[in-house]
Design a protein around this ligand. Structure first.
Ligand code: BDP
Length: 727
């Protein structure tokens, strides 16, 4: 090789190294799935540049300004310099707007289609405009344009060819909310990602930049509301000084289509209003709430409404005055109705004084109230009848209150699923509940159809996710926690999306398109929930976590004053067997489901193994679906959970160099922790249940690292050491 060639080759190699390093620049996760890296494929880059070199977005509203800013950020990031963005559409290659803001859109002949996409939907389509080919993002309202912009950018970020960027989309559910369990002292109930994002002390004068980025992230996945405060509510947030702070946040979120909501403490008229009662039928109480609502709307004209946890876990409520949940909900609903507000009244109620099986209580309480709620009330129901466990059957209220709009409440923060350390992608769990068939109106009456209103013809529809965000630099603490925030938004917009598609999008946007990374990580994500179920609560076990912190195992938890907060209440293990009989020979909770569902789950021969011990008490030597005895199957599942975490570690270990080192190492460390968590659960649970089964671990199943007492002595969330788990 001639010397100049060698020099050239060396220079080229050097340039490639620099390029590669730039591509893998250090990342701290702050940008979430909105990183907009340069398009790597030259052909795709050329194709996109031809389409998007001149962007025309007329209009002056803050929402359109936000859309323009996002397009600028996204297009220059992905396509490089030389992209122009202006209000002028005459020579634009992309035009975005509504019929009111853009003459091009107004004359595009899209009237009929636009009517069908509603207030938030949009159309993305190549069209001929005055003899030129133009990509159009058309919507009825500015927020639809913004959603269209984010969708176009997503298509590009996930590497779609130009011809696949066209789409027509509108949300199936009207209210798509994050519920923040944030306290006014900035602690976050069940938060594992730092402190609350809301800087109450600094508000309203100082506005953190993070608020805008929070709003961008939410708008990018279609989330259109945020309940700012904890369901275990503090009435102070309804006082004038706090309302001014709330108004400041609402001002930042408004351009992004996000409304703010607050939790209303039922006793607020007493605590901050100076009244002697909070009785919902008392005229002074009614007048107080009405005046309070008027005050809120005078400073936040588009305030969304109230979320209420009442007569649950010590929260005040209407039952203290011998009134019903409907009386309580309607009181608040009447106050916000003149302003277009809604009330989300939670069905998460149960009481230790009620002798019935805890999982029956919400249904018993709310089912008779169907038809008694005001038109602007939604009853908000958790996915399952207990409490966000790794696996529960769907809540029996879905399908059982046809005259009441029901909202679905999911938990994005991983209170019972490994909190800040475990990689657990929750979309498969949410897909499971959305696709569950309530049979309320015959086969096909899925939970998705209940909550999108199509089953009973409701127009008021909603879904809420308990947020996993906080002040950690990467928002969610665990880099893969971001996937759950993302997936919640995407499924809220379209509950028909598959968890696999959502995972694919998220991986490509968050890390890389490299197929040798996408495929294994996607497989890992899709298995991770079942993995967690296996090492925590296989075969329908539930509520066997440690007291209070709910992180590690605690199948031995008993006593303490409330049976329904123990583990033994739920698993009922003895030397004969384990499981909660919820059939007609037991609590008969299964009868709360439609007959076809009840028949399947109530029958030992037809219940799936995944819900076996939720509905049945099973002898240690009875056979399960695999042919193994219950004891052997239990050991098998726990072992499988631990093995799957090991497999995740191996997979991840093989991906070094494919993404930036910072995030790679962070996830490696967390996976090592997760292996210990899985071991902790597996050892502790099996040793405990072995006391009852009195059977050895089957051949091939490794002995636990520590004796049962070692695990039982630990009351805090600190993870035990496992000498054989490599760091
Ligand atoms: C439980 C949480 C508790 C919440 C409660 C709720 O442990 O912190 O307040 O749910 O949803 O799972 O109200």
């Amino acid at each position: 090789m001639r010397i100049d060639r060698i020099v050239r080759a060396a220079a080229l190699a050097g340039a490639l190294v620099v390029l590669a390093a730039a591509a893998l620049r250090a990342e701290d996760g702050y940008d979430l799935w909105l990183r907009y890296p340069r398009v790597a494929d030259p052909a795709r880059l050329a194709e996109y540049r031809a389409l998007f070199h001149r962007l025309g977005i007329p209009g002056t509203s803050p929402t359109l300004a936000a859309a323009r800013a996002e397009l600028r950020r996204g297009m220059t990031g992905m396509l490089g310099s030389g992209i122009t963005i202006s209000p002028a559409t005459s020579d634009a290659s992309l035009v975005a707007g509504t019929p009111a803001t853009s003459a091009v859109i107004a004359s595009a002949g899209l009237e009929d289609e636009l009517r069908r996409v509603g207030d938030e939907g949009f159309i993305i389509r190549p069209m001929m405009v005055r003899g030129r080919r133009v990509m159009v993002i058309a919507a009825n309202r500015d927020v639809g344009v913004l959603y269209g912009v984010f969708t176009l950018l997503r298509g590009m970020q996930t590497g779609r060819p130009a011809r696949e960027l066209a789409t027509v989309s509108s949300p199936r559910i009207a209210l798509r909310l994050l519920d923040h369990w944030d306290n006014l002292d900035r602690s976050v109930e069940r938060g594992y990602a730092g402190r609350s994002l809301w800087e109450w002390d600094a508000l309203p004068d100082s506005i953190s930049r993070r608020y805008t980025d929070y709003a961008r992230a939410n708008a990018s996945i279609g989330i259109n509301g945020a309940v700012l405060t904890n369901v275990n509510a503090n009435a102070q947030v309804l006082t004038a000084p706090y309302l001014r702070k709330v108004a400041a946040l609402a001002g930042v979120f408004r351009p992004y289509g996000i409304k703010v909501y607050l939790t209303a403490r039922f006793s607020a008229p007493i605590e901050i209003g100076g009244l002697r009662t909070a009785d919902p039928l008392d005229p002074a109480v009614r007048a107080w709430w009405k005046a309070k609502a008027d005050e809120i709307y005078s400073i936040i004209p588009d305030f969304g409404g109230f979320l209420v946890k009442a007569n649950s876990e010590g929260q005040p409520g209407p039952q203290e005055y011998h009134r019903t949940h409907a009386d309580g909900a309607n009181l608040l609903a009447d106050a916000v109705a003149p302003h277009g507000g809604v009330v989300m009244w939670r069905a998460f109620v149960y009481s230790a004084e009620t002798p019935t099986d805890r999982v029956k209580q919400a249904y018993d309480e709310f089912h008779p109230l169907d038809g008694q709620f005001s038109r602007n009330v939604m009853v908000q129901v958790k996915n399952g009848p207990l409490d966000f466990q790794p696996r529960e059957p769907f809540h029996p209220l879905f399908g059982a209150m046809p005259r009441t709009p029901l909202m679905l409440e999911l938990q994005i923060t991983q209170e019972y699923l490994g909190q800040g350390s475990d990689l657990v992608y929750l979309a498969p769990m949410w897909e499971e509940v959305l696709d569950a068939d309530t049979q309320a109106r015959g086969p096909g009456s899925t939970v998705a159809k209940v909550i999108d209103g199509s089953l009973e013809g409701h127009r008021l529809t909603g879904i809420a996710g308990v947020a996993n965000t906080g002040t950690e630099r990467d928002w969610t603490g665990h880099p893969f926690g971001q996937a759950n925030w993302y997936a919640f938004g995407r499924l809220a917009w379209d509950p028909g999306l598959s968890s696999g598609q959502v995972a694919d999008e998220w991986i490509r946007m968050t890390f890389t398109h490299d197929p040798s990374f996408v495929a294994p990580v996607k497989a890992m994500l899709l298995r991770s929930r079942e993995t967690a179920v296996n090492y925590m609560t296989p075969l329908g076990l539930h509520h066997i976590m440690a007291r209070d912190h709910h992180y590690g195992p605690g199948p031995w938890v008993e006593g303490g004053g409330r049976a329904d907060w123990t583990a033994v209440y739920y698993h009922r293990a003895d030397t004969l067997g384990v499981g909660f009989d919820r059939t007609s020979t037991g609590s008969n909770a299964v009868a709360q489901y439609a007959p076809a569902v009840a028949a399947r789950w109530g029958n030992r021969a037809t219940v799936p193994d995944s819900l076996l011990l939720w509905f049945h008490r099973v002898g240690w030597n009875e056979r399960t679906g695999s042919g193994r005895t219950l004891w052997n199957e239990l050991v098998h599942r726990y072992d499988e959970g631990v093995d799957s975490v090991r497999a995740m570690r191996r997979t991840w270990g093989g991906l070094r160099g494919k993404i930036d080192d910072d995030r790679f190492r962070r996830v490696s460390t967390l996976l090592a922790t997760q292996e210990k968590v899985a071991r902790w659960w597996r050892d502790a649970a099996l040793l405990y249940f072995q006391r009852f089964s009195r059977q050895p671990f089957p051949a091939g199943s490794p002995p636990p690292a520590h004796p049962l007492e070692f695990y039982q002595r630990r009351t805090g969330p600190e993870i035990p050491d496992f000498p054989d788990v490599a760091q």
